[in-house]
Design a protein around this ligand. Structure first.
Ligand SMILES: [Zn+2]
Length: 81
């Protein structure tokens, strides 16, 4: 038996994975901040408004970042333009 939370989590991950793939294809695999190129494994999907602040996993709230940029914003959200 799966709990509703597990089902929601699984759904969220599936949406995230699909959106990440779409955005990478559209951007040509570029980090939207520093321009580093990468593939699905080398880039991460970043939420502009964090999930913890009510942001959603949707096109307008997500961008593709390399891991160093992602980490920088995780630590310093105020630096996000
Ligand atoms: Zn970057």
């Amino acid at each position: 038996m799966k709990t509703p939370q597990q089902i929601a989590r699984r759904k969220e991950l599936a949406i995230r994975s699909k959106l990440k793939k779409d955005l990478i294809e559209e951007s040509g695999g570029l980090c939207m901040t520093c321009g580093t190129t990468g593939d699905f494994r080398g880039l991460s999907l970043s939420h502009i408004t964090a999930l913890s602040r009510g942001g959603k996993t949707e096109r307008g709230n997500c961008e593709i970042l390399c891991y160093p940029c992602h980490e920088k914003y995780e630590k310093h959200p105020e630096r996000r333009a």
